[in-house]
Ligand binder design. Structure first.
Ligand code: CTP
Length: 400
């Protein structure tokens, strides 16, 4: 088998220079990459750079090497087309099926998965014309990843930054690995919670837990690569934002509940991977709690936190929504899992055994996914991404 063929479309935005690093990552990991820039992209990075880095000729128009019919061949032969950066203009031309240069011709002839990594000013990204074009492309099965928030060209900051090349590369790798042109979560909105909540005692201390957030982030990344619009509610993870995902940072269980309920109102699926504190201190000391000479400390009084999973499972903000919980258990894993599934009334419960050296912070996970329909899906030890893919497989079956 030859190297996977990737077409890297580059459109005319300042972030075009970042596509050089994406190209490097793709070629160094064994992909045969053909760069198809737009004419305006060449104002930012010249053809010589793309040609030298890819080892292929570079052209923006359909009129070069006409005998090889490049406007049809390049798209037909591709295993993946990724457009990074995708400007508002390129998204518009793609959404409307225009074919006025080599890149748009390639997009029309490609039958492989297509990933767009938009980059533009916040106003352009939020303009109703762009919103509609993005929705059209997603509906047709393209993976349009969400731009990152941060510094834009000049002094502006906001949403519209091209995600880091390493993150776009990860999306490409996942989409290629799945190898299906129609991503099965396209057009869906999914909400994932990740990390562990912290319940403050005073301005410097909190009650927390050891959840790293890695499983939740793996769920968010894999869903984005399967075409979903993803809202990731992250509690105290310290992890970098995954490409193509809207991240909402929270601290406590109460804040997590508010963020989940807000995002869940139009979600097709909600996956509660966060470790939510069941209790919080009844009182919060405005000043640091000091030790007093010769006195024992005051006991900490706790009150119950809301059970977010049970609440959304009971209320289902949107009919037909699929709700997934996680359960970390140390003993009688399956029996406790079944009881918890019933009690929380969710559709799926991912049960894993935890202990000092198991699961927390590690790159691997092993679990059994219990279904409310009585199903039991064991997932062998493996990367957290593999477990995430399995969870989405089961969610997709239930959504359809
Ligand atoms: N969860 C939640 N809200 C809470 C506690 C937990 O939404 N206040 C969710 C978690 O995100 C997870 C699932 O419920 O998806 C299981 O949480 P777990 O803490 O294991 O279950 P508990 O209800 O706390 O049961 P127990 O303490 O008996 O283990």
């Amino acid at each position: 088998m030859g190297k996977p063929k990737v077409v890297l479309g580059v459109s005319g935005g300042i972030a075009a220079y970042k596509a050089c690093e994406l190209l490097r990552r793709l070629t160094e990991s064994g992909h045969d990459v053909r760069v198809v820039p737009t004419a305006s992209a060449l104002h930012f990075v010249g053809a010589a750079t793309w040609s030298a880095l890819s080892g292929h000729p570079v052209s923006t128009e359909v009129w070069d090497d006409v005998h090889e019919v490049p406007h049809v061949r390049i798209g037909q032969q591709a295993d993946l087309v990724v457009v990074a950066p995708a400007t508002a203009d390129t998204l518009a031309r793609a959404a409307h099926g225009l074919a006025d240069d080599l890149l748009t011709n390639t997009l029309l002839t490609a039958r492989c998965p297509v990933v767009f990594a938009p980059a533009m000013h916040t106003e352009m990204w939020e303009h109703p014309a762009t919103r509609e074009n993005v929705a059209t492309l997603r509906r047709r099965g393209a993976v349009v990843i969400e731009p990152a928030v941060g510094r834009l060209t000049g002094v502006d900051t906001g949403k519209g930054r091209l995600p880091e090349p390493a993150e776009i590369f990860e999306v490409c790798r996942r989409v290629l690995a799945r190898g299906v042109a129609e991503p099965d979560l396209a057009g869906r909105h999914v909400v994932v919670s990740a990390g562990g909540t912290r319940e403050p005692l005073d301005p410097v201390r909190f009650l927390g837990n050891r959840s790293s957030g890695k499983q939740g982030y793996a769920l968010a990344r894999t869903a984005a690569a399967r075409g979903a619009r993803v809202t990731l509610i992250a509690a105290n993870t310290g992890l970098p934002d995954p490409a193509g995902v809207d991240v909402v940072q929270v601290g406590t269980a109460v804040q997590l509940r508010e963020a989940v309920l807000k995002a869940a109102s139009d979600a097709d699926a909600v996956v509660m991977a966060a470790a939510v504190a069941d209790f919080r201190p009844a009182a919060y000391a405005q000043g640091k709690i000091k030790k007093k000479d010769g006195q024992e400390p005051d006991p900490i009084v706790l009150v119950r936190n809301p059970d977010i999973l049970a609440e959304i499972s009971a209320d289902r903000p949107r009919p037909g929504q699929v709700i997934v919980g996680f359960a970390a258990e140390t003993d009688d894993v399956l029996a406790n899992g079944r009881t918890k599934l019933k009690r929380k009334a969710c559709d799926l419960l991912v049960v894993n055994e935890v202990g000092e050296r198991k699961t927390f912070g590690s790159e691997e996970n092993e679990a059994v996914i219990l279904g409310a329909d009585g199903s039991e899906t064991p997932v062998p030890p493996g990367p957290k991404e593999a477990l995430a893919e399995k969870v989405w497989d089961l969610v997709v079956t239930r959504l359809n």
